[in-house]
Design a protein around this ligand. Structure first.
Ligand code: ADP
Ligand code: ASP
Ligand code: MG
Length: 454
């Protein structure tokens, strides 16, 4: 079996879906489990619907729902033509839209949007896309079984950033998938991003979570491969939307890919690698717009060479300086500080400490106020907004002395607020002002990938 995950751009419209169907057809001998994202931009629209509902703006929510309804109905018409299945597919879509409308009305009446209801709203994108694409696969001659991911992607009840319960997923997924394939189908289709609590309440895995779904399913069925189909020729030396002349990387290790994703590269969800590593399953990142391209293979650490592979960045992060003379010679101070972050569920990226100071970065500032107010009871806190973090990633980059020397010299006209190079041997990170990011990114990329290899 193989898992094939198609992201939003790979299923954006009828043309993209037809391409995707042909890619699935080319893998039928491998028993494909197709995992789909919502059509491009649909999850954003569902977030906007939930904001509008929360603000009791029923008209705006209804307008967006109507646009989504038209888009999915037109897509079904385009893909299914006048086939016998069109009517039934439209009825299934209609039922999903009716439920969405009811959820939104309930939110506006109550004036309150709970995470539980929000998860039900934003999970609709994948449910809708999988209904249309599943039927289009079948109509194209690939007998396809539609499975509801909520039957086997079991998570805790952090509804919007749900954590998978691995033993439950491992227990339930093979039974569901095996029974589908034993009913003489060619392929299975299910939703990325979507899961459910053990009690059956809908949850989602966090933005970009369809990659993670694919990897969890791959792990649970011990798949032969996990293919992440997206809109670029695999993992690249930097984000091609921000940097000119990027190159595709043919092989990268699980560790390097995880580090890249964790430090900002959107091409993979940061948790995608973990389940695949557990079962030693190769992961490929491929381009649905250019299926002939061999993309990137993600392999074991020992199988890749040392050296810089990629530059990642995070933009608009927050730098915090926490100062306390009490820190000097007193044990347990760091614990108190990090306990505050943990209680507020804020994850810290980079940290550096000196005698009486802790500098750290966070990229989700939504609980910043609560964190600062708790910290201010034990320390002086200063917050600096609009910073960026840029990370050079590759096996053992930290050991390349010339690299760090070059980077520091080339940053002589840029304020550098933090350098982190010891935590992992595969990553050197710099915190700089946001308005310097683009220039520095391009300069680093040109030097590291075009002029010379260090
Ligand atoms: P999908 O909808 O298929 O999941 P995403 O938009 O989530 O696609 O991820 C693909 C995008 O990731 C690319 O279009 C590219 O702009 C971006 N990206 C960021 N960093 C990288 C990188 N190092 N290599 C490739 N793509 C990257
Ligand atoms: N549709 C979800 C999102 O846009 C999940 C995904 O595409 O991976 O975040
Ligand atoms: Mg993605």
């Amino acid at each position: 079996m193989i898992v094939m995950k198609f992201g939003g751009t790979s299923v954006a419209n009828a043309e993209a879906i037809k391409r995707t169907i042909e890619i699935v057809r080319s893998r039928l001998d491998k028993k494909p489990i197709v995992v789909v994202s919502a059509l491009a931009k649909v999850t954003d629209a569902l977030y906007n619907i939930s904001y509008a509902a929360e603000n009791c703006n029923l008209k705006e929510a209804a307008d967006i729902i109507e646009k989504l309804r038209i888009r999915h109905f037109e897509l079904a018409n385009e893909l299914l033509g006048d086939s016998a299945s069109l009517k039934e597919t439209l009825a299934t879509l209609k039922a999903e839209f009716d439920e969405l409308q009811k959820l939104v009305e309930a939110v506006t009446v109550l004036g309150e949007l709970t995470p539980r209801i929000k998860a039900r709203i934003i999970s609709k994108g994948e449910l809708l896309s999988s209904i249309v694409i599943g039927q289009a696969l079948t109509e194209s001659g690939i007998a396809t079984r539609w499975l509801d991911a909520r039957r086997f992607i079991i998570t805790n009840n952090e509804y919007l950033q749900a954590e998978p319960i691995i033993p439950e997923i491992e227990h339930r997924t093979p039974a569901e998938i095996d029974s589908a394939f034993s009913s003489s189908c060619d392929a299975v289709i299910t939703q990325g991003f979507v899961g459910a609590t053990p009690e059956g309440e809908t949850t989602v895995l966090g933005r970009g979570g369809s990659d993670y779904s694919a990897s969890l399913i791959g792990m649970a069925v011990s798949a032969n491969a996990i293919e992440i189909w997206t809109d670029v020729d695999g993992v690249k030396s930097a984000d091609p939307r921000r940097v000119a002349n990027t190159r595709s990387i043919s092989r990268i290790s699980f560790e390097e890919a995880a580090e890249m994703a964790h430090f900002g590269a959107k091409v993979l969800h940061p948790l995608t690698i973990e389940p695949a590593v557990m079962k030693d399953i190769p992961v490929f990142v491929l381009n649905s717009l250019n299926p002939e391209n061999s993309g990137t293979e993600i392999v074991n650490y020992d199988a890749v060479e040392d050296g810089v592979k990629s530059i990642s960045f995070k933009e608009g992060i927050v730098l915090m300086n926490i100062f306390s003379p009490r820190m000097i010679n007193i044990s347990g101070f760091l614990m108190k500080v990090f306990d505050i972050f943990a209680k507020n569920k804020v994850s810290v990226d980079l940290i550096s400490t000196s005698e009486a100071n802790i500098s750290l970065t966070i990229d989700d500032a939504s609980s910043l106020e609560a964190v600062c107010s708790a910290l201010s009871e034990i320390a002086e806190v200063r917050v600096f907004n609009d910073k960026s973090q840029l990370s050079i990633i590759g096996k053992n980059v930290v050991k390349q002395r010339s690299l760090i020397n070059w980077a520091v010299t080339s940053l002589k006209n840029t304020n550098v607020y933090m350098i982190s190079q010891a935590a992992s041997s595969d990553n050197i990170s710099f915190v700089i002002d946001r308005n310097r990011l683009d220039e520095v990114l391009q300069e680093f990329h040109t030097y590291l990938f075009e002029y010379k290899s260090l």
